[in-house]
Write a protein that binds this ligand. Structure first.
Ligand code: NI
Length: 182
């Protein structure tokens, strides 16, 4: 089953901290299949990121990828397992986010403009890189999913919350230029 159903807010898995994946388990068929399904489900949604808890699987895995546009370059596919995220500064920038588990809503969310990402890749190899801009936003959104946090929890002012259709009509472009939907 390549594309799996995405669970929505209200399902307890979205509010449960995910478990780390042991290094031996990463190369198993079970995890390989899960990662493949996550990538297919993300593309089919479509979204720019997806965390395992959004498929009801309480494991510390997220994937993300995004085609470039006028605001940011291509972000190739990343598979991140057992991540640790460290912000570079206390600075926060606001931009729009949506979530595949909270369909049709958009809101302004403060995020760190640049973070260090450490973790393991799909082969169990070490990851250690800097994500900035739109990529940093996606990473922080997906990382939050592994801790039972959704973007609504991060909003400072719920008055920017709106439905996608109305948002495109009235609010798009008011702050940032991109919308991270994961
Ligand atoms: Ni999300």
């Amino acid at each position: 089953m390549p594309v799996r159903p995405i669970i929505r807010l209200g399902h307890p898995a979205l509010r449960t901290p995910a478990q780390p994946v042991s290094p031996e388990r990463i190369r198993t068929d079970e995890i390989r299949q899960l990662v493949e399904d996550m990538v297919e489900t993300m593309h089919a949604a479509p979204g720019v990121g997806l965390a395992a808890p959004q498929l009801g699987v309480e494991l510390q895995i997220f994937v993300y990828a995004c085609e470039g546009n006028e605001h940011h370059p291509d972000i190739p596919l990343h598979v991140v397992i057992n991540p640790m995220i460290t912000p570079h500064s206390r600075e926060l920038v606001y931009d729009w986010e949506g979530c595949l588990s909270i369909p049709d809503l958009r809101g302004l969310v403060p995020r760190h403009p640049s973070v260090r990402v450490q973790g393991l890749d799909r082969e169990g190899g070490r990851l250690d890189y800097i994500a900035s801009g739109f990529e940093a936003r996606i990473v922080q959104h997906e990382y939050d999913h592994l801790n039972g946090i959704v973007f609504l929890d991060r909003m400072r002012d719920l008055r920017s919350l709106g439905y996608t259709e109305e948002w495109s009509q009235y609010m798009e472009g008011e702050e940032g230029d991109d919308t991270a939907v994961g």
